[in-house]
Design a protein around this ligand. Structure first.
Ligand code: ZN
Length: 417
């Protein structure tokens, strides 16, 4: 099967990428930024235009729609999800997607900042893409292929299936969520609003990637209350919260157990924000590991260090609060690998060799799986995400679309008694 969907994918992707949907962790609203609704509302409109059923925007900012079954048999309902938000880590304002048509295999210099160069020596996956249509941003923003590639793939799949009712598939749900990048993509009501047996996120990278292992994740907030005093009369009175914060960071491992010193299956503690004054300070951490034991050990280490620093200065008050974020989806999927096996089979059907590597991160599927909806993550082609060198290939998105259609057809054979 080769579908002629490249042009529609490119048009949709470029249209969605131009819309600023950056998430904001410091916001308490849902979605975290109002501007995500610009794309969510557009998707509601476009889903209605292509004839999807029961299209709605939930009060927590997820778009849910149905593609009715084309088979009589009672087969599982399958959801395809992507997130509309982009990372708070790099600007997503005024994204100018550039299509490098028939990429020549050489360096791509981004015109908005010529110091930003995509070279196939540095990024070998790009080297495999000569002749394809590569999309980049202009050099001053991220592209937002994470995850607008997933949004475009799902929209094109939905449009294709709605136009071709001769394709056998069971009931399908498409769903677009806000705030995945800040870990708030899966609302408590989402499983109930989806009403599905299995789901897939389109939020993976290289062609053939079928992910069923993610990090297990906690976050930690350390607060330090010092004793403030006028610096001129501070002798033996002032307890400087910033110095204690620095001491905590300095006591934690730095040559191991940090993101910059770990890879593959190793976990880490990562301090990603510190703020405060001499009077009070905060340290924000994320803790990551593939195994529950490892994650717990990282939390215990942080608590021990906080307690040790507290012991050096009884006049200060140091607290360490650890909050669970998501868990490795393997814990649930290994009991029933069918969602993973069918995704691999769908890849093979469209001529792609599937592979599974553990993701050093989480997806909306990590939480959904924990909530009872098995949700592996599938490739979209996105590369160098969250920065100015982000890119993807129109042809990779087309292969992902074909794979999703094949997957929908495979589930339609899974008749229940
Ligand atoms: Zn993503």
């Amino acid at each position: 099967m080769t579908l002629d969907v490249g042009q529609e994918l490119e048009e949709r992707f470029v249209r969605y990428a131009r819309i600023d949907t950056q998430a904001d962790e410091s916001s308490a609203t849902t979605p975290s930024t109002e501007k995500q609704l610009d794309l969510l509302n557009l998707l509601v409109e476009e889903l209605r235009e292509i004839g999807a059923q029961d299209v709605r925007l939930t009060d927590y900012g997820a778009v849910v729609a149905t593609i009715p079954s084309t088979v009589a048999a009672n087969v599982p309902t399958v959801a395809f999800l992507a997130h509309v938000d982009t990372s708070p880590g790099f600007s997503g304002t005024a994204v100018e997607p550039i299509v490098h048509r028939g990429y020549d295999g050489g360096d791509i210099v981004l015109p908005g900042d010529p110091t930003q160069v995509l070279s196939p020596e540095e990024f070998p996956y790009l080297g495999q893409k000569a002749g394809e249509d590569i999309i980049t941003a202009s050099g001053t923003t991220l592209l937002g292929a994470d995850d607008k590639a997933g949004v475009a793939i799902i929209m094109v799949m939905a449009n294709h299936l709605l136009r071709h009712p001769d394709f056998a598939h069971g009931p399908l749900r498409v769903c677009f969520t806000p705030d995945e990048e800040i870990g708030r993509g899966v609302h408590a009501n989402l499983p109930n609003d989806l009403q599905v047996d299995v789901a897939y996120t389109l939020d993976g990278a290289e062609l053939g990637q079928v992910v069923y292992e993610t990090f297990s994740a906690d976050k930690a907030l350390v607060t330090i209350q010092g004793v403030s005093a006028h610096p001129g009369q501070a002798r033996d009175v002032l307890v400087n919260a910033l110095l204690l914060a620095a001491k905590i960071i300095n006591t934690l491992p730095q040559a191991t157990l940090t993101p910059e010193t770990t890879s593959d299956r190793q976990g880490f503690l990562h301090v990603y924000r510190m703020s405060g004054t001499a009077a009070e300070a905060e340290l924000h951490f994320i803790l990551r590991d593939f195994e529950r034991d490892g994650l717990q050990a990282h939390g215990e280490l942080l608590q021990q260090v906080c307690a040790a620093v507290q012991a050096t200065e009884p006049r200060a008050r140091i607290t360490c609060e650890i909050t669970p974020q998501y868990r490795n989806m393997r814990y649930w999927l290994e009991d029933d690998m069918r969602p993973v096996e069918l995704a691999r089979e769908a890849c093979r059907q469209v001529g792609i060799g599937p592979f599974s590597t553990p993701t050093r991160g989480g997806t909306d599927g990590s939480r959904l799986t924990e909530m009872g909806v098995p949700t592996p993550n599938l490739f979209t082609g996105m590369q160098n995400i969250h920065g100015p060198l982000e890119w993807n290939s129109v042809q990779d998105m087309a292969r992902a679309t074909e794979m999703c259609i094949a997957l929908a057809q495979l589930w339609a054979r899974d008749e229940r008694s």
